[in-house]
Design a protein around this ligand. Structure first.
Ligand SMILES: *Cc1c(COP(=O)(O)O)cnc(C)c1O
Length: 457
């Protein structure tokens, strides 16, 4: 058995309970054509076999994580009502659940008051964050690091806000000297700090950005779509810990429950520290509305229709696995990080590979030792492809040479840079099971690498 399905029976019982709430209504006849549905559903099941095994621990490639079983069940249960959280009347229960779930996320970051809501994903959540930032600092630049998510510059294009990217250091974090240079030039309205970059999981030095804010005065938007929940982990390095510890001082935060929050896709979250920014969303309700407790989600969101089921699934997940530092949810994140550190250790001790700097979250990137960047890239792609044939799923990334020059020197190796980027192997060890599976994953990688190197020799 590789698919989790023990909880499926609970759905029938929960559905009966849900139905009791509508027992006063006259019965409705439902004539389902079961044989026809069965045949279509089985066809769907066959079609869906054409996927990488995202749910399995031997999938250790891209940023993909299966939802919690409770999330899947609660989401499906909610679809019988199919609430729309664009307005209270579209889903009374799910709107309240969204408010509670979002308040829990805000509390995780240290905010007792906030304005926020769920979105279809991180991109839309960032769009709202940058839209408010642009409204507050009209005409001024938004800065984000060269390793920030690619959508920031595109969002700024959509919003017609000038955007500039800030170079990164050899660990893929925003370079503070480069940031200060740009700040000195002036006209900066907002700095986007990424806590957990998408490619390598680097954490921008937020404490230093906050120091610069005191001197230069700008808004700070934190994009922690990927990394946000790591605030709960107990095994961060000192710099990442320091960044998360001061996250409450920023102006807006994006986190994706559909990345590390165990949710099915369609669940991002935007949070603002100052509830008064709700006035920018105003379309037909008085300003005072936004600071009252009667949060009307449709009036603080740029999107109209949104799946109430997403909020229900998130609420149920938080109920089962509370976001506390000592709870199981946090322990699972720490396990992912431990898996990344373990893989990093093994790679570092192996003469066939060269790793980038120590991972700050749970993403590991490494290159294959070779005389040139192009030869290294070819070997990485060959390992990636052969591993896939052996049911080990990694990812590839083209990354700048600057991430590896220190490591290459430290390894006393030499590599000719006949191109500016190098194809790396990349592994997001997002599942807590990855820790227990790491020896198996390593054995597969070891065998595949030996085969590729032997064939190349
Ligand atoms: C994934 C990601 C995004 C985009 O979020 P989507 O949910 O894919 O739209 C933005 N920023 C960071 C740092 C991310 O990792």
């Amino acid at each position: 058995m590789t698919l989790e399905k023990q909880g499926l029976g609970l759905l029938t019982e929960a559905l009966a309970t849900l139905e009791q709430g509508f027992a006063s209504l006259p019965a409705v006849q439902h004539d389902s054509d079961l044989p026809a549905m069965r045949s279509v559903l089985l066809e769907v099941a066959e079609r869906m076999q054409d996927n990488f095994p995202f749910h399995h621990p031997q999938y250790a490639g891209q940023m993909l994580k299966p939802p919690a079983e409770i999330a899947r069940l609660a989401y499906m249960l909610a679809t019988w009502i199919n609430p729309n959280n664009h307005a209270l009347d579209g889903g009374r229960a799910s709107s309240v659940m969204e408010r509670e779930a979002v308040a829990n996320i805000a509390a995780m970051f240290g905010w007792q008051t906030h304005l926020g809501h769920l979105t279809s994903g991180g991109t839309f959540a960032n769009l709202e964050g940058l839209w408010v930032a642009g409204n507050l600092h009209p005409g001024k630049k938004i800065l984000a690091s060269a390793q920030a998510h690619y959508t920031h510059s595109r969002i700024c294009g959509v919003l017609k806000i000038p955007f500039q990217s800030v170079p990164v250091d050899h660990r893929a974090r925003m370079d503070m000297a480069a940031l200060e240079d740009l700040l000195r030039q002036g006209d900066v309205g907002t700095v986007v700090a990424t806590l957990g970059t998408t490619a390598v999981g680097a954490v921008d030095p937020l404490p230093e950005i906050l120091k610069l804010q005191k001197q230069y005065g700008f808004r700070i938007h934190v994009d922690t779509a990927y990394g946000g929940y790591f605030i709960l982990a107990d095994n961060l390095d000192a710099e990442a810990r320091a960044a998360y510890d001061c996250i409450k001082e920023v102006d807006s935060i994006v986190v994706d429950p559909h990345k590390h929050g165990l949710q099915p896709y369609g669940c991002g979250c935007i949070l603002f520290k100052d509830p008064a920014v709700g006035s920018w969303y105003k379309h037909d309700s008085p300003y005072t509305y936004f600071s009252s407790n009667e949060l009307h989600l449709g009036e603080i969101s740029l999107e109209c229709s949104r799946a109430g089921a997403s909020a229900v699934a998130l609420w149920a997940t938080q109920r089962l696995l509370p976001m506390t530092r000592s709870g199981e949810f946090a322990a699972r994140l720490s396990q992912s990080r431990a898996a990344a550190l373990k893989l990093f250790d093994k790679l570092q001790q192996d003469p066939r590979f060269i790793t980038a700097a120590e991972p700050q979250l749970d993403i590991v990137v490494w290159i294959v030792k070779a005389p040139s960047a192009s030869a290294s890239s070819r070997l990485a792609s060959a390992i990636f492809e052969l591993a896939q044939q052996h049911d080990l799923h990694l990812a590839q990334a083209n990354l700048s040479r600057s991430l590896f020059t220190n490591a290459i020197a430290n390894a006393d190796a030499e590599m000719e840079w006949d191109q500016d980027t190098v194809t790396c192997l990349r592994s997001c060890l997002m599942k807590p099971e990855h820790l227990a599976w790491l020896d198996k994953i390593w054995a597969l990688l070891d065998a595949v690498t030996n085969q590729v190197l032997a064939e190349a020799a």
